[in-house]
Design a protein around this ligand. Structure first.
Ligand SMILES: [Zn+2]
Length: 400
């Protein structure tokens, strides 16, 4: 059987964590095949200061969704600052999984329109609490209905007197769209750019990035079409209970619940019971930048899982166990016996100690913008989100 380097690193990480778990304060020997993944969103410094110490003490990993453009910056207004590359690196070295949360926290789905569009109009009003596209200046957007499609560049944004958000387009739309039938979405090349650039930037820091966390818990068939080109799975494809039945894990259909915000402990306890009884995969998220997400509540979740014999793993591990994972181009060992393979894995780990990796990316800019822009076509000056309206808007909606 062919064994990839990735699988070895994954199992090496799991073994390292398992050995730490044994020394934890709560007996943690899993007694079932049930598993949960704990996911933290947005990459605030509080992932490092609030969640990481608890996970270290308890000897369990997490999967964290990082907005690549925010690494080492102030991040969004909802956080004091974003985690630095060094902080992320320390967490990854312990066993945390770094996931992409897109380049700049952009919704990957389409939105209906709140108002009709006339041929002379240069404004479009996407509808819905997560319709963030107006604040992503420089990107191409497609407005379409069943019969026609128009592509324009987003060059501005604002709110009308009724406080509806709108995007300003570089040219009049030139045709009529009925709000009842029309929608808007980012163009395929913009989607690929946002998804690919994020992964590549995070990898340039030295992180291993396989999975995506979708901004605003918004995911769809349109998003999946492009996501599957770059990522093995999506941690929050369905915002619902966090129970993924055994044998039916769909990497692009993973159900995630929140375990502190938007819920109560009775609900989460019940879901953990079901997961333990049915050997399911549970996926649960939290925003550590929020006040109610405390170290105590994170510890309560971890210990509740341990008491039920549920193992806590990364999404990468959970997907690998379910038979999904990247086909690495650098499969280094095709082995006929386990000994050779183990030695290879060991030498890889030794040659690249994750704690001392060289950080090559400049945290203030995305690496490789030019060549990706070449590949996906010009999208112009990118992004006003992360400052001003975009970040403010994001914070407001996150509080809903
Ligand atoms: Zn987010």
């Amino acid at each position: 059987m062919a064994v990839s380097r990735r699988e070895f690193i994954t199992s090496a990480t799991a073994t390292a964590i398992a050995s730490r778990v044994v020394t934890g304060t709560v007996s943690a020997k899993p007694t079932t095949d049930a598993r949960i993944v704990l996911v933290y969103d947005d990459g605030p410094v509080t992932d490092y200061t609030k969640a990481f110490p608890v996970h270290k003490e308890e000897g369990v990993p997490a999967s964290i969704g990082i907005v690549s453009k925010w690494v080492g910056t102030d991040g969004s207004e909802s956080m004091s600052r974003a985690a630095t590359a060094d902080e992320l690196s320390e967490m990854e070295s312990f066993g945390f999984e770094i996931m992409s949360h897109t380049r700049e926290h952009t919704s990957l789905t389409s939105f209906p329109l709140a108002a009709d569009i006339e041929p002379d109009d240069t404004r479009a009003y996407p509808k819905g609490p997560h319709a963030s596209h107006p604040f992503h200046h420089g990107y191409e957007v497609e407005i379409y209905d069943g019969n026609k499609s128009v592509t324009r560049k987003i060059v501005g944004s604002g709110r009308n007197d009724d406080d509806d958000r709108y995007m300003v387009l570089d040219e009049p739309v030139g045709t009529t769209f009925d709000a009842d039938t029309a929608r808007e979405r980012l163009t395929p090349k913009t989607m690929r750019y946002l998804l690919h650039d994020s992964k590549r930037t995070l990898e340039s820091y030295g992180f291993e990035v396989d999975n995506l966390l979708a901004p605003f818990d918004q995911f769809s068939g349109y998003a999946e079409r492009f996501t599957e080109e770059f990522y093995t799975g999506v941690a929050n494809a369905v915002d619902s209970d966090g129970i993924n039945p055994r044998g039916k894990v769909d990497p692009y259909g993973i159900r995630r619940d929140y375990f502190i915000e938007y819920t109560d402990w009775e609900t989460i306890s019940g879901e953990l019971d079901t997961i333990a009884e049915t050997n399911a995969l549970g996926v649960f998220g939290a925003h550590t930048q929020r006040e109610e997400v405390t170290p105590e509540k994170i510890r309560r979740m971890i210990r509740a899982a341990k008491r039920r014999g549920i193992e806590i793993v990364t999404l990468r591990q959970a997907l690998a166990d379910a038979g999904f994972g990247p086909e690495t181009a650098t499969t280094t060992t095709t082995t006929t016996n386990g000994t050779t393979a183990t030695e290879t894995a060991t030498s890889n780990e030794t040659a690249t100690p994750t704690g001392t990796r060289t950080v090559v990316a400049d945290s203030t800019k995305s690496s490789g913008d030019e060549s990706l822009l070449d590949r996906y076509g010009p999208v112009g000056a990118v992004g006003c989100v992360g400052a001003g309206l975009g970040a403010f808007w994001w914070r407001q909606n996150d509080d809903e």
